[in-house]
Design a binder for this molecule. Structure first.
Ligand code: MF3
Ligand code: CO
Length: 237
């Protein structure tokens, strides 16, 4: 799974370098598809329940599962979430970053990106044998809500292994001490989705793109994380 995680990381960092005003989300898709193939991996998302691409690219108020398109041109001040999955030797890796487009990102949106990424790190810091799923959710929720932002409820993280989505579900909200106990050897995709406004989301007519109901900005960061004997190992670092 570390091999799959490395592929995902390499692709995300490559794509990050291509995020700039004037680029389309299809440009990002093409760069990613080529690198996944060059690395001898298989894209995890393409064909998954009919999903057409190797990346999900979700701009501004799009929360997750935006479909790359030649019609979506990134502009100064946007943010774009890039989510990528890869399969190596039958094992999956899954990670996401949200990247500012250009240099003129407003203060609140900059804070949204910082807090969402920090909430993922805080969740990972809670991972160890004997900790619970509720500890993960509570760590994210606490940090996000302290800033006046909100945690999306309709999408959650997940177990991952020889399938992209395995049990258990990994909510980004909850109560410390509640839920399934973590054990060494489990692997989880932890993926906070955080809205600047209300938590409600809806799915557009394309059947995929989830957007905030109130039109507020949304950020998404994800790592594939293994539970080890002493804590956590980030496989997509
Ligand atoms: N990281 C996302 C998830 O865990 C990616 C899935 S996109 C899909 O659900 F298109 F493949 F569904
Ligand atoms: Co995922």
């Amino acid at each position: 799974m570390r091999s799959a995680g490395r592929v995902v990381r390499e692709v995300l960092e490559l794509v990050r370098g291509h995020v700039k005003p004037g680029a389309t989300t299809l440009d990002l898709e093409r760069v990613a598809a080529k690198r996944i193939a060059d690395l001898g991996a298989r894209p995890a998302f393409k064909g998954y329940h009919g999903y057409p691409c190797v990346l999900c690219t979700s701009i501004n108020s799009e929360v997750v599962h935006g479909i790359p398109s030649s019609k979506r041109v990134l502009k100064e001040g946007d943010i774009v979430s890039v989510d990528c999955g890869a399969v190596v030797g039958g094992y999956y890796g899954d990670a996401a970053i949200t990247v500012p487009v250009g240099e003129k990102i407003d203060q609140k949106t900059t804070r949204l990106l910082q807090v969402t990424e920090a909430s993922l790190q805080s969740a990972i810091a809670a991972v160890k044998p004997g900790a619970t799923l509720g500890d993960i959710g509570a760590a994210v929720q606490r940090m996000v809500e302290a800033e006046g932002f909100s945690v999306v409820r309709d999408f959650v993280g997940h177990g991952i292994g020889s399938h992209m989505h395995e049990d258990p579900q990994v909510p980004n909200f909850g109560e410390a001490g509640q839920g399934m106990k973590l054990r060494a050897g489990m692997v989880l995709a932890i993926e906070p989705m955080v809205n600047a406004g209300k938590p409600d989301v809806r799915v557009l007519k394309d059947g995929w793109t989830a957007v905030t109901d109130d039109g507020s900005m949304s950020a998404h960061f994800e790592h594939t994380v293994a539970v080890t004997a002493t804590g956590a190992m980030i496989l997509t670092e």
